[in-house]
Design a binder for this molecule. Sequence first.
Ligand code: SF4
Length: 315
Amino acid sequence: MEVYLAQPRGFCAGVVRAIEIVERALEKYGPPVYVRHEIVHNKYVVESLKAKGAVFVEDLSEIPDTAAPVVFSAHGVPKSVPEEAGRRHLLALDATCPLVTKVHREAEIHYRRGREIVLIGHAGHPEVVGTLGQLPAGAVTLIETLAAARAFVPRDALRLAYVTQTTLSVDETAEIVAALQQRFPAIVGPHKEDICYATTNRQDAVKRVAPLVDAMIVVGSPNSSNSQRLKQVAARAGCPHASLVQRARDIAWAEFAGIASLGITAGASAPEVLVEEIIEAFAERYDLSVETVSAVDEDMFFALPRSLRGHEAAE
Ligand code: SF4
């Protein structure tokens, strides 16, 4: 079996930073360290941090009055969350990815300039909940589909702006943005789209691999938006069978019978150790030749919050 590994894949700079924030907080303050929501959408990562003393909650009300820190997940939080943490004198550490924070700031600027804002994204995803929660209710309208973009009726077509979730399909979002721009030529958007570099690069790599393979495995969790998009992008790029797999034990082996070439990628929240585990599982059943298909080199790095920087990082 020919295996084509998409490069880049797996952890992005925002995920590395978020996990490191929890780990450094555990070192500095000792357990428990509370984490609001899964720090990143990956069960393996969450379980590993739990084993070290992290306690995951969905709401601050689940945290007792304590001196222990609470970390906000990489997806970002509505403004009400740090406000509540402040009222309760909780020690808050914000692991929101800086690229999500950038979208929050863009939305605030549009709002201050009197623009109605469209957020392109998926309802219920914590990043979308966080971005909507930066502004008063009604300031931002969520648009999920091309059909919704075509039906959207703004209050004033001349004072309109859009922002997007960071982990969307690049191609689908371009279609939605084009529909909005065609209907509302005055709409204001980001200089460069809000879809982050990691999402874009992982989708580019999948587009290169998809035409070469009979099947594609995306290593990632079902609640990981960018992993779901990678699966969708693989299918759109011509891969007849794309599936999301969390661990080697979840592989539906019958689906891979008769397959001669396999693509493997991983969502931005999936650690490389899980990719290795899956390659090993295939190696136990097939003679493998493994090749990397590279779209772009990545060297992005986000600094930790000042309070958690070690001596070396602060210099
Ligand atoms: S996927 Fe993009 S926005 Fe999300 S944490 Fe990674 S770099 Fe940040």
